[in-house]
Each structure stands twice: as structure tokens, then as C-alpha cells.
Design a protein around this ligand. Structure first.
Ligand code: CP
Length: 314
């Protein structure tokens, strides 16, 4: 595997899940792979879990890591081609990316959707510039349209907690006061479509995901109906794709509560974090034994380590 930007980059998904489980039981067993190798982690956006879990994954493999917070520590970077650089961005990606590539053996990149131009976001303009110019493998640490390291950890967590071969997994929209990208739900749906789980997506009208991501997945606009018999509730807010980047609803009746969890088959509650309490989910649900959000976050280390290991071996 050269780059990791989506589930489609994996040579074999069941093998990757098995490898992640093996790494979890023996995290320091492959330190020889990363000896004298360096990973640079570049953040255009904030992070807690991705930063720490990916760094920990690299360290577990014996690698060195360097972190660059572009908008705080580095020069602001221009990504447009052919522009007159007379503004507030003194460095162009065309030089910055290959220079960073000369300093390391792989690069993790976090670059969210900018919401200024849907086509730029959905063509993964920034991530693809890294792939084109870095000269080393690129790992998406959440790009404009996908968060594959998160989806891998989500899948691994469901495998750990499922009590039947084909669990019902429900992705539910929930309210949030800020404009959030579609990367996590896109990626979660895309990843779950590679499994044989029963997948249902529920959201208010207007929040339909882009067609290539949702495919033929069942969309149920009645959240209560969607929750019936669910084994996993995966909550997430996202902004509208059709009315790009707009908040169309703040309907608190979509907040995940104990009453709603009562409609399920004693479902586990999942969220990628950070989560806004009593907006997305009630305190009561998040503090209950049904919530597996911390275990889900821990699995970010082992899913990332599996990806880095595959790249080091490749
Ligand atoms: N879930 C996740 O990616 O968390 P961070 O934004 O804190 O990295």
C-alpha cells in the first residue's frame, strides 16, 4: 500500500481488521519496521485524538515523529495555482510539500473542507497536492470528504462489541451549533458498505449525503423508526451537501436520549469525538454503560498503526 486516503486503498479489509486486533494484543512487536524512519504529521485544522493516536502509532512502530501546525507554527500556505502571491500566504504548497517530503518517510495530513467551493472540497484539492508533490506516502488524517482512520477504528470497535454476525448499525444525524463537514459520515457509510452489516442512515430531509457515498444504503427519515432493533447507534452532525455547508436544522428532537436508546436492541452508543453534550447526545446516554466512545477512541491507535505498518512493509 502506497497511500491511505480511503477504505479502497486497503489490500484486504478483513485482513486489515485482523491485523489491527493482533497489533492491539502486541503493540510493540514491530518496532524494527520503523527504525530510523520519520513521519511528519501536518495539521491545517485542530485535533486531539488523531494527533495523539497517530503519533503513538508511529512511536509504537519505532518511528520518529515531527508535527507541524500549519496555521499556527508554519507559514500560511497558498494552494491556488498561478496566483500573484501578494496576500497573507508567503509559502506555496508547490515548494512546501516536496520540501517536507525530503525530511521524512511518510506524511499524515489533516485538511478539512474549506466550504468555499464544493468542487474544490470534493476533488480533495489539498490532499491530492500532497499525493502529487510529496514523493513519499500520504496518510489522510481527515480530509475534505473522508476520515478513513476514524472509520477503520469504528469498524474495529463494532467487531469487538457485536453480539451477532450481522448487527444493525444506524448512523444518526444530530443537532450541532456549528457548520461541520460531511467527512465522517461519508467515510463511515463508505466503510460500512464494505461489510455485511445492516446499515441504516437517518437524518432530517436536506441532509442527504453525496450520491457516491450513500449508494443504495437505506435512508430512514423517521429517527425513531430507524432506531428500532439497532445494535449500534453512531451519532454525528454534518452540514448539508445539497445546500453546501448550510445548517438547515437545529431540531433538538434529534438529540440522542435514553428514551431513543430504549427503542434499540440495547444498542451501543458511538461517536468519533469531540462530542457536544446535550446537543448531539444527552449526559445520561454518554455516561451510561452503553457508551463505547472511549474504547472507540483508543482503537484509533491500533487502526493507525495497522496502516503505518502496511505502508512501512510496502
Ligand atoms: N475523532 C477525531 O478525529 O478527533 P480529533 O478531531 O480530536 O482528532
Amino acid at each position: 500500500m502506497r497511500h491511505f486516503t480511503s477504505v479502497y486503498d486497503l489490500p484486504n479489509l478483513p485482513d486489515a481488521i485482523k491485523a489491527a486486533q493482533e497489533i492491539k494484543s502486541n503493540p510493540y512487536g514491530f518496532q524494527h519496521l520503523g527504525k530510523n524512519k520519520t513521519m511528519v504529521l501536518i495539521f491545517f485544522n485542530s485535533s486531539l485524538r488523531t494527533r495523539l493516536s497517530t503519533q503513538k502509532a508511529a512511536m509504537n512502530l519505532g518511528m520518529n515523529t515531527m508535527i507541524l501546525n500549519v496555521n499556527q507554527d508554519g507559514w500560511r500556505m497558498e494552494s491556488e495555482l498561478g496566483v500573484v502571491m501578494d496576500g497573507d500566504k508567503p509559502e506555496h504548497m508547490l515548494e512546501a510539500i516536496p520540501v517536507i517530503g525530503r525530511f521524512c518517510d511518510m506524511i499524515g495530513v489533516r485538511a478539512f473542507a474549506g466550504f468555499e467551493n464544493k468542487d474544490d472540497d470534493y476533488s480533495e484539492k489539498i490532499l491530492n497536492q500532497f499525493i502529487k508533490y510529496a514523493g513519499v506516502p500520504i496518510i489522510s488524517m481527515e480530509a475534505a470528504t473522508r476520515h478513513p482512520l476514524q472509520s477503520f477504528a469504528d469498524h474495529m470497535t463494532i467487531e469487538e462489541y457485536k453480539t451477532k454476525p450481522r448487527p444493525k448499525v444506524v448512523l444518526s444525524w444530530a443537532p450541532h451549533p456549528k457548520v461541520l463537514p460531511q467527512a465522517v459520515p461519508n467515510s463511515f457509510v463508505e466503510w460500512m458498505r464494505q461489510t455485511d452489516y445492516e446499515l441504516v442512515v437517518t437524518h432530517p430531509k436536506g441532509y442527504e449525503l453525496e450520491k457516491s457515498f450513500i449508494g443504495n444504503v437505506k435512508v430512514e427519515y423517521d429517527q425513531n423508526k430507524a432506531f428500532e432493533g439497532a445494535d449500534f447507534i453512531y451519532a454525528k452532525n454534518w452540514s448539508s451537501y445539497a445546500e453546501y455547508g448550510e445548517i438547515l436544522s437545529m431540531d433538538k428532537s434529534w438529540t440522542i436520549t435514553t428514551e431513543k436508546m430504549g427503542l434499540t436492541n440495547d444498542a451501543k452508543f458511538m461517536h468519533c469525538l469531540p462530542v457536544r453534550r446535550n446537543m448531539i447526545v444527552s449526559d445520561e446516554v454518554l455516561d451510561s454503560p452503553s457508551s463505547i466512545v472511549v474504547d472507540e477512541a483508543e482503537n484509533r491507535v491500533y487502526s493507525a498503526q495497522t496502516i503505518l505498518k502496511l505502508i512501512l512493509e510496502g
